[in-house]
Design a protein around this ligand. Structure first.
Ligand code: TRP
Length: 344
């Protein structure tokens, strides 16, 4: 493993030396798992003053054939979720894969730097193939991690906030950057930095059915859910039959995940939250969680519905972000072509 420890200390010393690239596939509404897993961290990095790029990975969404339809609306909904979570379009560059041609062109030289064996070994891709239960696997499924390297390297990002499942892709990005730099030096120097992943400290949140919260499992609480929907989902969530509420993630995963959710929303320690509920049992636990989540999401929901009133503004914001990202991608592609002696 060549990945280094998260540069948390440096972030506080000098956030301006960081260029952050974060991204999501526009495959459905973002939920509380995304929020506490990564969105909150992105907003923190933005607020610390790091340069921030946020990518709506529409080309990558094509790995899942079920979401290819209705993509335009999903893209706008994802941007609404970003804005609701606190990504600030004045400070962050929000953009879409398909609107940044030079980013996509980096895929070709990058593909030449990896072997089919390496692509075939990627554990996250293997897992996605297994879960897709399709008779045939598209070429994009094997190559999207290389495209993801282009997402990260086009803007020379050095920090990538991700979940655990994305670590193989960041590792591949580092490999591609290193190989490009070694093979094609530009005026004696390598073009690309080797990016570090930044794993969020928040532990995994379970969905209402007790498995990992995930949009494809239908067990998630979306950021866009109303207060009533949220209450209904939490009331129906799995707990266990022991009356006294305690925080014990290994022994009581469902109950502990509910406690954790309330704790994250109230910025308290989960042990404290559990103690406060104690003999109140699952009914009181759910009441506490519903109140904590709805209270926490109130300002996010208000922001979301404000922005949702003006779809024209969302499209305008994307045009501006796409233009900014394109200027950066054009400059990097020019450097790449120079280094490869391809410039006419
Ligand atoms: N693969 C990521 C996901 O499924 C989305 C993504 C695309 C991404 N490009 C990226 C994440 C670049 C980090 C960096 O969630």
């Amino acid at each position: 493993m060549t990945i280094t420890a998260a540069p948390e200390a440096l972030l506080h010393q000098d956030p301006r030396q960081f260029r952050v690239l974060a991204g999501d596939r526009p495959t459905g509404p973002l939920h509380l798992g995304h929020y506490f897993g990564t969105l909150q961290n992105r907003v923190r990095l933005q607020d610390l003053g790091a340069a921030m790029f946020v990518l709506v990975a529409d080309y990558q969404a094509l790995t899942d054939r079920d979401v290819a339809a209705g993509l335009a609306e999903r893209v706008e909904d994802l941007v609404l979720d970003y804005l609701a979570a606190g990504i600030d379009p004045a400070r962050a560059t929000i953009f879409v894969h398909s609107a940044v041609p030079a980013l996509n062109q980096l895929l070709l030289p990058f593909l030449s730097l990896v072997s089919v064996t390496e692509l075939d070994r990627n554990p996250t891709v293997k897992d996605e193939i297994a879960r897709s239960r399709r008779a045939s696997v598209s070429g994009l499924m094997f190559t999207y991690p290389v495209h993801q390297a282009a997402d990260i390297l086009f803007c020379k990002a050095n920090l990538v906030p991700v979940g655990q499942d994305q670590l193989p892709h960041v590792e591949l990005t580092r490999t591609i950057a290193r190989r490009f730099n070694e093979r094609y030096r530009h005026r004696g120097a390598g073009i690309f930095p080797l990016p570090d992943p930044l794993l969020s400290a928040a532990p995994l949140l379970l969905g209402t059915d007790g498995t990992k919260m995930s949009k494809s499992r239908g067990n998630a609480i979306a950021l866009a859910a109303t207060a009533d929907e949220t209450a209904r989902l939490i009331r129906g969530a799995k707990t266990d039959s022991r009356r006294h509420i305690s925080y014990d993630p290994a022994g009581r995963p469902e109950v502990s995940s509910r406690v954790l959710l309330a704790a994250l929303c109230q910025e308290r320690e989960p042990e404290q939250v559990a103690e406060g509920i104690g003999a109140g049992g699952a009914a009181l636990l759910k009441k506490v969680v519903i109140e904590a989540v709805n209270e926490y999401l109130r300002p996010l929901r208000a922001r979301r519905s404000d922005y949702a009133k003006d779809r024209g503004f969302i499209r305008q914001l994307l045009r501006a972000g796409n233009a900014r990202a394109s200027a950066v991608a054009d400059a990097t592609l020019t450097e790449v072509h120079d280094a490869m002696r391809m410039r006419q």
